[in-house]
Design a protein around this ligand. Structure first.
Ligand SMILES: [Fe+2]
Length: 294
């Protein structure tokens, strides 16, 4: 099957576009690359954009963009998707830098935008704000994590990296341990959006940047058990949670285990079902505040 290879961007509805643009540029250090009346495109990497903001009533993740490989055929991907009984749409020149796109809904109603990267941005990295490497993953609360996990695996080609019990899945589409996470809840909604930082030192300056600008951490710093990444979480002005992480597990597909790290407790560290134990959430012991689930 043709599977997606990388998350390219995520699109959010947000009530105050200017305030959210200021957060992404001045605090996170993304670059505003294009501004339309009710939309803004922000970039962190070689991709033209990593985040799209559109005016809306509430903070909400509404679309996810995924790239297929340079040698993959978008027509064949569309046929493969339609063969699952999924209604697809084809869009030509739907957004800056994307010439051809297949779209369809996932089970919770988030629009999947699948395309082939035609060109790279050659932008210089900014020098103000946190400046993450990239958009790393987007996590959602979903009513039925098993059903949604099956959809991401069967339709988009994701692989399961880990489960916590039967209620929280971690799915990869490349070497990163997870690009999509799905946690059971009563309502389908965004949980957090995560950007990758360089290392522990970068996390320290990121926390100081957040603090100096009035952003308090909701949880962290800590080290997750599942994925083993260093993490901190804070809330963006539109009410959605942002995670900043580093040292996420990297899968060696040929060998079937994650690259060895000193903090692993399994040798080798393979995909598995984790017991819902506090250390699966944070090896360092501090549990999330109630704020994390609001
Ligand atoms: Fe995360």
């Amino acid at each position: 099957m043709i599977g997606v290879k990388k998350i390219a961007h995520a699109t959010y509805e947000t009530p105050d576009l200017d305030q959210q643009i200021e957060y992404y540029t001045d605090i996170l250090g993304l670059t505003l690359v294009s501004r339309e009346k009710d939309a803004a495109y922000l970039a962190s990497t070689l991709d033209h954009h990593s985040v799209v903001l559109r005016k809306g009533e509430h903070g909400k993740c509404v679309r996810l963009g995924f790239q297929i490989g340079p040698d993959d055929d978008l027509d064949a991907f569309e046929k493969q998707t339609a063969a699952h009984g999924i209604k697809t749409q084809r869009k030509k020149d739907p957004e800056p830098s994307v010439s051809d796109m297949v779209t369809f809904d996932d089970p919770k109603g988030t629009v999947m935008e699948v395309f082939k990267r035609g060109e790279f941005s050659h932008r210089k990295f900014p020098t103000k704000g946190i400046v993450p490497h990239k958009l790393g993953h987007v996590a959602f609360f979903v009513k039925d994590p098993k059903k949604t996990t099956d959809f991401y695996c069967n339709v988009l080609g994701f692989r399961v990296s880990d489960w916590m019990g039967d209620f929280f899945s971690f799915l990869r589409c490349g070497t990163d341990h997870h690009t999509i996470n799905l946690m059971r809840d009563e309502h389908d909604r965004h949980f957090h959006t995560a950007f990758e930082l360089r290392d522990w030192g970068h996390m320290l300056t990121a926390c100081d940047t957040l603090s100096l600008n009035g952003y308090k951490l909701l949880w962290g710093p800590g080290r997750h058990g599942i994925g083993h990444n260093l993490f901190t979480y804070h809330r963006a002005p539109n009410g959605l949670i942002t995670e900043l992480f580093a040292q996420l597990d990297q899968m060696n597909e040929a060998l079937g285990y994650f690259e060895p790290r000193p903090w692993h407790r399994d040798h080798p560290q393979r995909p598995k079902v984790w017991t819902p134990d506090p250390s699966a959430s944070n090896y360092w012991g501090i549990m999330p505040t109630d704020e994390m689930h609001k």
